[in-house]
Design a binder for this molecule. Structure first.
Ligand SMILES: Cc1cc2nc3c(=O)[nH]c(=O)nc-3n(C[C@H](O)[C@H](O)[C@H](O)COP(=O)(O)O)c2cc1C
Length: 216
């Protein structure tokens, strides 16, 4: 793999911004869609448990319904080229751990015994968390995938807006997540900035490096 240069990464991070107005006439290429979805699916997660589901909402009517629940994000939801709702698993069970261990076993071609210590450790970690702690833990994993997607989009020169402004219950109802193991956590709109988006020209506002970076 050819590494991306350091200056290109900083350039991409400076280029990106949370896009407020998308040009609805511009669409992502299939290749880029696939790359962004792969970035989320390939994201790391605690113990590798992947407690998530990524819902790509293509249907315009469904988008309009979702948009009607959150006026502040309505136009992004409707006009972006690709809308992904990131859902988290609401709980992680011993069965999920067992399935994950089996996946590792098959992928690595090792015996169940080899993976038993890992399986025991993860099972203990899962069992030792309250339902609320598990839910928060799973939510954090989803945010790792979100962050990866934001960075990947910038490097592809694709605009994006992460959106916590979602209505969890109504999104769950609309997306068929009620009575499943998953619930809406956050969403991301991908596409191309409209030339009239004033946010595109706002200066980057970040605390000085000296304030947020510390070398010990
Ligand atoms: C987790 C998360 C949730 C966000 N939710 C929204 C949102 O619902 N609507 C929106 O317009 N921007 C949202 N933003 C964008 C932030 O407001 C924006 O990233 C921040 O102001 C910094 O600006 P910049 O990304 O343009 O540098 C969100 C950002 C993050 C990381």
């Amino acid at each position: 793999m050819t590494p991306v240069t350091a200056d290109r990464i900083v350039e991409a991070m400076n280029w990106r911004y949370a896009t407020k107005i998308f040009d609805k006439s511009k669409k992502l290429s299939e290749e880029d869609r696939v790359a962004l979805l792969a970035t989320m699916r390939l994201s790391p997660s605690s113990y590798g448990l992947q407690p998530w589901k990524f819902l790509v909402v293509n249907d315009p009517d469904t988008r309009r319904t979702l948009g009607s629940f959150v006026p502040a994000n309505k136009s992004k939801i409707e006009d972006c080229s690709m809308l992904v709702v990131l859902a988290r698993r609401t709980s992680t069970t011993v069965e999920h751990v067992a399935r994950h261990a089996k996946m590792l076993q098959d992928a690595r071609g090792v015996s169940a015994e080899t993976l038993q210590p890992f399986k025991d450790m993860v099972t203990q970690g899962v069992a030792g968390r309250s339902a609320e702690a598990q839910d928060i833990w799973n939510s954090r994993q989803v945010y790792v995938a979100l962050g990866s997607a934001i960075a990947a989009a910038a490097m592809l020169k694709i605009d994006a807006c992460p959106m916590e402004g979602v209505d969890r219950e109504r999104f769950d109802e609309t997306l068929g997540l009620v009575d499943t193991d998953f619930t809406t956590t956050v969403a991301i709109a991908f596409g191309y900035r409209d030339q009239n988006d004033p946010y595109a020209s706002y200066p980057r506002t970040r605390r000085p490096a000296a304030e947020v970076l510390e070398e010990l």
